[in-house]
Design a binder for this molecule. Structure first.
Ligand code: AMP
Ligand code: ZN
Length: 495
């Protein structure tokens, strides 16, 4: 087994061996959501990808400080309006009410998708002092200038002095004439069009604003991540993540701000997830090419023929590598759902298997090879589709043992333990999947109850009590529970 974790570092544009700054510890920062409306499935994809990465690193024994922020100020729309203020205006709410409402919604959705909470979830508005201090140090180092109460990052000077502007995104400063649009209203104040605002003077009617040495105003969007990652993870930490649409300008500008204030690059490894598409096009609210998680759960959308459970959706997403796009189509979801059910069914069957022989059998060797390969896949830049394919080979073994095509004599007790542990480690701990139909605490009860029902049905059939056996069959059918009679007894599955 290759124990070395390799990950694709966007900064270097290649896979690199992962070496944490401090052995055994990892500092990881992921850009969180801007909480001005409901979280959409594309956001969910990115956060589920980082959840899988976080889970795998935890599984490998690292102690991790995982920081994921909440953007609640400064992320402006193209017309210059703050997204949170727009939400407040439209919904007639206090800006902080908007923030709380959609933060709660985001947390609920992340729970539905069974993702782990970060260690720290800092909000931009709670770190205004740190952001002002960072502006001051960038100015002190000569990389920012003030104009009419706003402060701009001097990209030309930064590029000239450090040769670092564009390092992440590959953009060339000369091509950036009209790219930085986060402060569109004040475009004319800038020395160069690619400069970006790090402090913005607020118009009198603007609600969210703070005193600063330059004006009553608010921080530029990119600044919060620089200030908060530095505060909680230090000037340089291990991993910085986000969706690849954030590479430019957000992450490029984060690097510029960090280097501009302390002289060092924030993160050693930059990880970027790819976009969720729908029917071949980027999922986007503006052209109607979107579906909310809730619509996907209930099936209440013209884009799907039926509803899909959160775990089936999560499994579907894990079937793609985090750096590949995913095209959400009804057909692909159906295929994903089938795979998910097969995987869960195998999980239920695994507990019913009992090895009868001691010592190494041929199946033991197969299991230990597959386990090695699954780890190799995850160590190769978190290749979940390949790791899942190994798990499906294990599913075939489980089903073969259950159905009698494989002999339990070829499996030792320790081989069976390894099969159970590998399944549990990968499916539950690393992929963060759970049985949608039956929650983990309920599964034991469910197994017990089903065994009882199967017994009663068996007795009823033996005594030709057709009334009871038919009733059991009909009620189970209504509950979409299917019984399968085999030579070793009766199994059950949930459709
Ligand atoms: P936002 O709330 O817009 O700041 O985005 C939160 C996170 O979701 C960022 O990391 C984005 O890159 C990511 N994201 C936005 N749209 C998509 C999409 N269609 N597919 C995958 N990730 C996305
Ligand atoms: Zn960020």
């Amino acid at each position: 087994m290759s124990d070395t974790l390799k990950l694709y570092n966007s900064l270097k544009r290649e896979k690199e061996e992962f070496k944490p700054i401090t052995e055994g510890f990892i500092g990881m920062y992921v850009c969180g959501p801007t909480v001005y409306n409901d979280v959409h499935l594309g956001n969910c994809r990115t956060f589920m990808s980082f959840d899988m990465i976080y889970r795998y690193l935890l599984h490998q024994g690292y102690k991790i400080r995982y920081v994921r922020n909440i953007t609640d100020v400064g992320h402006l729309l193209d017309d210059g309006e703050d997204r949170i203020l727009k939400g407040a205006r439209l919904e007639q709410l206090e800006p902080m009410e908007v923030v709380q409402k959609y933060t709660n919604g985001f947390h609920d959705m992340m729970d539905v998708f069974n993702t782990l909470r970060p260690s720290i979830e800092p909000r931009a508005t709670q770190h205004i002092i740190e952001q002002i201090e960072m502006v001051e140090s960038i100015m002190k180092n000569g990389f920012a200038y003030e104009k009419n109460g706003s402060v701009y990052f001097d990209t030309l000077k930064f590029a000239k002095d450090t040769n670092k502007y564009g390092e992440l995104s590959g953009r060339v400063i000369e091509d950036l004439m009209s790219e930085s649009r986060d402060d569109l209203k004040n475009q004319s104040e800038k020395n160069h069009p690619s400069d970006f605002a790090i402090w913005i003077k607020a118009a009198p009617e603007h609600i969210m604003k703070w005193s600063s040495p330059w004006s009553v105003g608010f921080p530029g969007w990119h600044l919060e991540c620089s200030a908060m990652s530095t505060k909680y993870l230090g000037e340089t930490f291990d991993i910085h993540g986000g969706g690849n649409d954030l590479k430019f300008p957000h992450h490029e500008n984060e690097i510029a701000q960090n280097v501009g204030s302390c002289g060092c690059s924030p993160a050693n490894y930059w990880l970027h997830t790819n976009m969720l598409l729908m029917n071949g096009k980027k999922m986007s609210k503006s052209d109607g090419n979107t579906i909310s998680p809730e619509q996907l759960f209930t099936g209440d959308s013209p884009h799907v023929t039926k509803g899909y459970s959160p775990m089936a959706i999560k499994f579907f997403m894990l079937m793609a590598h985090y750096r590949s796009t995913i095209d959400l189509t009804d057909d692909a979801l159906q295929a994903g759902e089938k795979g998910y059910k097969k995987l869960m069914e195998a999980g239920r069957s695994i507990d019913q298997l009992a090895a009868s022989a001691e010592g190494e059998g041929s199946i033991d060797v197969q299991i230990s090879n597959l386990r090695q390969l699954a780890y190799d896949d995850m160590n190769d830049d978190f290749n979940t589709p390949k790791a899942l394919s190994r798990l499906f080979e294990m599913v075939s073994i489980i089903n073969g043992l259950k159905g009698g095509q494989l002999s339990l004599n070829d499996l030792s007790t320790s081989g069976l333990e390894m099969l159970k542990n590998t399944y549990h480690d990968f499916v539950h701990n690393i992929m963060g999947l759970k049985d949608d139909m039956v929650s983990n605490d309920q599964s034991e009860y469910m197994n017990g109850l089903m065994n009882l029902i199967i017994d009663i049905r068996k007795n009823a059939r033996e005594t030709k009590d057709w009334g009871t056996s038919d009733k059991i069959r009909d009620v189970l059918k209504e509950l979409e529970i299917q019984l399968k009679d085999g030579k070793d007894g009766t199994d059950w599955t949930i459709n």
